[in-house]
Design a protein around this ligand. Structure first.
Ligand SMILES: O=C(O)CCC(=O)C(=O)O
Ligand SMILES: [Fe+2]
Length: 292
């Protein structure tokens, strides 16, 4: 069933009030089955690489067997470059219906990711943070917070056991809190201590666990405090994250909608949020062992 404008308006309203919302059954039926099959295909393709691999904006983040006993894929970036399915999904009518009440009719996309939490992989949690920490080039945007919305589509069930998203309602009104910036700032290493939240003025009891059935989509802002635990179950959690920006306020990102019209990616990748795109646009391995 297509997303209704009423449901999208309600989600936008909750997003403005609380900093997040969930729209249930954003994708269902055969479309959901096809999405799951395509996600499995991408995982298998990524798993052919022994280490993290990059080509333009396309990237597979690999945990190598040398360090983890088995090889795991934990993230893929900009799969539009290898998947016609995801290329069409990111600029589908349903996404436009969801985004228009928040961003208007001219929309670019600066992030397209799948996150997996393969059972046994260990490093599959995301400490609490605000996504603005991942926007290095803030000068490339006017009013970056109001111009951006992040979306997370559950492909597998996303549950307490396998590390669903957790959000702090109302935190989108706060300043940047510096959560998880200590040490090397890697958000996938370790867990957030409750005291770290308290020191930042957040009551750990206010955290909302956003369980999602496959096809449910969550939205949150660049300032909304959120995180997720590592997978403690035998069920993987594939989750498709896309970040969209009001195109009037940036020249970053791939076009998604021009005056509401779905717009495909061009022949070459454009600068999104990966700053080093033009340094080495050819296929290459990245062996930085950030997890060590
Ligand atoms: O996949 C998740 O659970 C959350 C990921 C996240 O918050 C991020 O990548 O910024
Ligand atoms: Fe995040």
């Amino acid at each position: 069933m297509p997303v209704t404008r009423t449901a999208a308006r309600q989600a936008a309203e909750q997003y403005r009030e609380e900093g997040y919302a969930v729209l249930r059954q954003f994708i269902d039926g055969d479309a959901l089955i096809a999405l799951k099959a395509e996600t499995d295909r991408i995982y298998a393709e990524a798993l052919k690489h022994h280490h993290t691999w990059r080509h333009g904006n396309l990237c597979f983040e690999i945990l190598p067997e040398a360090d983890f006993g088995a090889r795991y894929v934990i993230q893929a970036y900009w799969i539009s470059w290898m998947s016609d399915h995801f290329e069409k999904l990111r600029r589908s009518d349903d996404y436009f219906t969801l985004l228009e009440p928040i961003l208007g009719r001219d929309i670019r996309q600066v992030a397209q990711q799948i996150h997996w939490k393969p059972p046994g992989a260990g490093l599959t949690g995301y400490r609490f943070h605000q996504d603005i920490r991942f926007r290095d080039s803030r000068n490339s945007y006017v009013d970056i917070v109001a111009s951006t919305v992040n979306t997370g589509l559950a492909i597998d069930p996303s549950t307490r056991e396998n590390g669903c998203l957790q959000v702090v309602p109302g935190s989108h009104r706060s300043a940047y809190l510096g959560l998880s910036d200590d040490g090397d700032g890697q958000i996938m290493k370790g867990l957030t201590a409750k005291d770290e939240l308290r020191v930042a003025g957040i009551d750990p009891d206010s955290i909302v666990w956003l369980e999602q059935d496959p096809g449910d989509i969550a939205i949150w802002s660049l300032m909304t405090v959120h995180g997720s635990l590592p997978n403690m179950s035998r069920q993987d959690r594939a989750f498709a994250i896309s970040s969209y920006v009001n195109a009037a306020n940036t020249d970053r990102g791939e076009w998604a909608f021009r005056d509401g019209v779905s717009t495909p990616i061009g022949d070459t990748p454009v600068l999104c949020k990966y700053e080093k795109l033009h340094d080495n646009p050819d296929p290459h391995y990245v062996e930085d062992r950030w997890y060590a």
